[in-house]
Design a protein around this ligand. Structure first.
Ligand SMILES: [Zn+2]
Length: 338
């Protein structure tokens, strides 16, 4: 009963899903109404209200075609909106958010997962803002004109911080009213953002390095610094970020406990980053011989498993309400949804 109430009545935000990437590929194969058919039933079952969809560019298109691919992804999304606007909406400002929630639609915010589409032209950031992009993840786990991405291992070769262009991106994004996302950034870049940013920053989909020591996760020092800006860290359900061994829902909630202890309950959110479906990963649970990564929760329809574990550990409804949406909404309203 309590779980049902949470999923039906709380505003639930998932701050990271590679949705645009997937719909663009599907539409290029001739499929239509991709979100409606492939995603909406799961979103509804999990009680999801807001999704942040990243614009992620496959390495095959770098560098020259990054801009074109980003525009293709946004165009594919706009076509999806035309086909099923009764079910979901692009959220660009506070009025969009309020209308979307009141009408029971799924609200979608757009983010960069790496600024490759800008190449090194700062003027293009404004264009993407006009198209609806509100969150700027400076890098994926690779280098671009703005900064270096982090590795997925315990070691990081690159010690470079933001480039001059990267600093320009942070400043121009903040001027336009965009939110900076540090997930995938290397440590030096992270500290540069902390130094030059003047507003709350987020790590949309990152876990704790103290529990799983890969560079893709955040150190306690980083978690505290990010919390000090007023920002939020979205817990990531991809096995490689959760734990080296036995990655499961319990291990994921260990990250919630740790974030609560280090930063406090007001700085935790969901950035589940479900990958199984989008990247057609061989799931080790279905194929024991595969050593690949997998989602520790099988899609949005199963996030009640997370709720169950949080309740088992004594989290109150007020705390779950913050983790599941209110914390991210607080930052969104402060920085981008005015
Ligand atoms: Zn990512």
């Amino acid at each position: 009963m309590r779980i049902k109430n949470i999923h039906e009545n709380f505003t639930i935000v998932d701050a990271h899903l590679d949705l645009l990437y997937d719909i663009e590929i599907n539409r290029s194969k001739g499929y239509k109404r991709v979100i409606e058919r492939e995603y909406l039933p799961e979103f509804k079952e999990g009680g999801i209200n807001i999704i942040v969809s990243s614009i992620f560019i496959d390495k095959d298109f770098l560098p020259e075609l990054a801009l074109r691919k980003a525009l293709d992804q946004i165009s594919a999304f706009y076509s999806e909106l035309d086909e099923a606007e009764e079910n979901f909406a692009l959220v660009k400002n506070l009025r969009d958010l309020e209308e979307t929630l009141a009408q029971g639609k799924i609200g979608i915010l757009l983010s960069f997962e790496g600024v490759e589409p800008l190449l090194d032209d700062i003027n293009l950031l404004r264009i993407f803002y006009e198209l609806g992009v509100r969150i700027v993840g400076l890098t994926w786990s690779r280098r671009n004109y703005a900064a270096d991405g982090c590795s997925y291992s315990k070691f990081q070769d690159s010690k470079n911080g933001l480039s001059d262009f990267g600093r320009q991106v942070v400043k121009e994004a903040e001027r336009l009213g965009m939110l900076i996302d540090v997930s995938h950034l290397n440590d030096a870049g992270f500290w540069d953002v902390i130094e030059i940013s003047t507003q709350p920053i987020i790590a949309s989909h990152s876990n704790c390095r103290a529990l799983n020591g890969i560079m893709r996760n955040l150190t306690d020092e980083q978690i505290r610094a990010l919390a000090k800006t007023g920002g939020v860290i979205g817990i990531n359900a991809v096995s490689t970020l959760v734990a080296e061994r036995n990655a499961d829902v319990k291990a994921l909630v260990d990250h919630v406990d740790h974030l609560r202890d280090v930063a406090g309950i007001h700085h935790i959110g969901l950035g589940l980053d479900f990958c199984d479906k989008i990247f057609e990963l061989p799931n080790p649970r279905k194929n024991p011989k595969s050593k690949g990564l997998y989602d520790v929760i099988e899609g949005h329809k199963n996030i009640y498993q997370l709720t169950e574990e949080l309740i088992n550990r004594g989290y109150g409804d007020d705390e779950i309400r913050l983790i599941y949406g209110e914390n991210f909404l607080r930052v969104f309203k402060e920085v981008i949804l005015k």
